[in-house]
Design a binder for this molecule. Sequence first.
Ligand SMILES: Cc1ncc(COP(=O)(O)O)c(C=O)c1O
Length: 414
Amino acid sequence: MLRALREAGAAEASRPAGTEPMTPEHFVYMDHAATTPVAPEVADAMRPFLSERYGNPSGIYALAQDARRALDEARERCAAVIGARAGEIIFTGGGTESDNAGVMGPALALAKQGRHIVTTAIEHHAVLNAAALLESLGWEAARVKPQRDGAARAEDVAGAVRPDTTVVSMMLANNETGVLQPVAEMARLVKQRAREERRTVAVHTDAVQAAGAVPLDVDELGVDFLSLSAHKFGGPKGAGLLYARRGAPFAPTQVGGAQERDRRAGTENVAAIVGMSVALERAERDRERNAAACAALRDRLLSGVLERVEGVEVNGATDARLPGNVNVSFHGVEAEALLMGLDLAGIAASSGSACTAGSLEPSHVLLAMGRGNDLARSCARFTLGPENTPDEVDYVVETIARLAPKLRALSGAG
Ligand SMILES: Cc1ncc(COP(=O)(O)O)c(C=O)c1O
């Protein structure tokens, strides 16, 4: 199959010039949910901390204090964007670490109160595997299924809370389908019950995909913990933050030095953190304009694909989803083959979360939504960013319309 594809790609490459609206030299990036390009002003802000301003923020001399001030400023700036206090921001090494700490930190701190946590079946593996790790240590975990439209119901998640539940974790926007989840409503229900029963239930949300697309206000969301990852909003990889509400129960999951007020040990990645703060401010500043632009491109892509290609199924709600997300399944088309064909045409897209790409495992998100194995295996995710253009969208539609019938025929489903 893949050899046939490569040959098909070679044949395409030998087409007479001018018969394609674009050629592979015109690289089209539509995988912004996997990562985003670092914005030039972010790279500029980081650069001094990779060279002359290299101090360790824990030191007492001037060079170190310069790094400390940069860190403090970055903390203030990140906190302001999400409506938090600076002291509530814990810098981490990215979204995965923030999720691990956001789930396991309160679970460990509240272990004497109970050993049950609630999450959803469509979380990123950074949350799902944190739940699995807790299970291996004696905790129990409920994984609430979403509706067919990809959203878990707030009542279902809150309803899974038991007398021994200590942590509830629900993502704000799903990384595969882009479907928004009712976190604020769920948090209100969970907190109300916890108040009535005079006990603590910590609420965490993975907002990694939501940053720069939907408003992030920790009080409006009503959460105790919130995870962000810099590289999803124009910042560098390997930097993230965990918002931890003042007074919320938290045991560090990374121990060593006293950095981050004893909540996360390890010398801070000053350059990346400074870059993240600039990127987060920028993402918030441009949020409405970018969201409108991405939504227009998303609608153009989706209507183009539905018009030009047969046997297409949209995965997830079409209204309550991230502005730049198109997730569709192509009946009888193997996603891996389609993605390779797109790659040969210079288009970067994905079949779901980057971590499962390359494996033939069907998407756990689509399976949880009630999609069968075949549809879960034939899905492609296009995630748009502000630098994408209508011409690029048209080129992608054109390419899919050309590839899908061929691949369907190759797989014997045509
Ligand atoms: C929803 C979600 N959570 C967590 C992560 C992990 O973030 P990081 O790549 O920074 O570890 C991702 C990354 O794809 C994500 O999409």
